[in-house]
Design a protein around this ligand. Structure first.
Ligand SMILES: NC(=O)c1ccc[n+]([C@@H]2O[C@H](COP(=O)([O-])OP(=O)(O)OC[C@H]3O[C@@H](n4cnc5c(N)ncnc54)[C@H](OP(=O)(O)O)[C@@H]3O)[C@@H](O)[C@H]2O)c1
Length: 265
């Protein structure tokens, strides 16, 4: 049993708290957020303990940093003196977009072990994509513990840290791109006469199933697309309309735009 502390229990930190509670209820969850009600609601839902940042920094074995990048400086100013006083071993787990392990260590004021992760919001329903890069000094046991403590979060992939921003631009930002796609599909359905709720349900389940088919069949998505485009059929007409609208180029540009923003953070 270990203590997992979360500083920032918003969209992403909160989703990881839920996954941690489901993965191993034996681990103690310590939850701190500037908005106390947010952490409190999550504590009640998961059986975690409502805490403040200082207590998390002083006691947790794994300290998950779940604040926005622009809030890191303030957060670290508060907890760095507490971390400095510790003589026991602890690991920082950073989910901050664009922040390298080295930058986290610098902000924390010590060469503490850091696991950099890039999760996404589907973690909250056990279908996340979690990229992780253990920084220098993180032991194999610590990485293994992190993986087992979060195992219900979804699919994990070890990635060299230099590819983390690229991976984040696909997997971390991607849910928002898919949300737009689902909304647009539903708009099309509504335009064709479907009730809104059913149009969203059909679109979302279709996206979920199509994604599963790609992963489980191992087939290239282009091949799967070809398989549903029968000659002279309806689907190829939709594909034609998407190509005319620059669909693939727009999506590729979205990923690159998100990637480039990392350099400004
Ligand atoms: N959302 C995603 O899909 C996603 C994916 C991958 C990684 N991330 C990363 O996850 C981090 C959190 O993003 P998010 O979307 O979860 O943001 P969020 O929903 O705004 O959650 C952050 C929470 O931390 C609180 N907070 C701010 N300063 C704090 C402090 N000093 N001590 C304790 N709590 C503090 C915030 O309160 P206030 O609102 O009052 O500031 C907020 O409740 C970011 O670094 C982001 O790069 C997010």
């Amino acid at each position: 049993m270990k203590k997992l502390g979360f500083i920032g229990t918003g969209n992403m930190g909160g989703a990881l708290v839920i996954a941690a509670a489901e993965s191993n209820p034996e681990n103690e969850l310590m939850l701190a957020d500037k908005i106390i009600e947010k952490a409190d609601a999550l504590a009640k839902k998961t059986g975690g303990k409502l805490c403040d940042n200082v207590t998390v920094a002083a006691e947790a074995d794994y300290i998950f940093l779940g604040v926005k990048p622009q809030m890191l400086k303030d957060t670290m100013e508060e907890i760095a003196p507490v971390l400095k006083k510790r003589s026991d071993r602890f690991v920082l787990v950073s989910m901050l977009a664009a922040f390298t392990c080295e930058r986290i260590q610098k902000a924390a004021g010590g060469d503490y072990p850091v696991i950099r992760i890039m999760p996404n919001t589907p973690v909250s329903v056990g279908e996340g994509m979690i990229l992780y890069a253990p920084g220098e000094g993180v032991t194999e046991e610590e990485t293994e513990f992190f993986l087992s403590a979060m195992e219900k979060a979804g699919r994990f992939s070890l990635l060299p840290e230099k590819l983390m921003d690229a991976g984040a631009s696909v997997a971390g930002c991607g849910p928002a791109f898919v949300d737009l796609f689902v909304e647009a599909l539903a708009d099309g359905g509504v335009a064709c006469g479907l009730p809104r709720a059913q149009a969203i349900e059909f679109a979302a389940q279709m996206v979920s199933g199509a994604a599963k088919l790609i992963l489980e069949s191992g087939k290239h998505p282009g091949k799967l697309k070809d398989e549903v485009c029968s000659p002279g059929g309806t689907t190829i007409q939709g594909v034609r309309a998407l190509e005319k609208g620059g669909f693939r180029s727009a999506v590729t540009e979205a990923v690159i735009a998100a990637y480039e923003k990392n350099f400004e953070l």
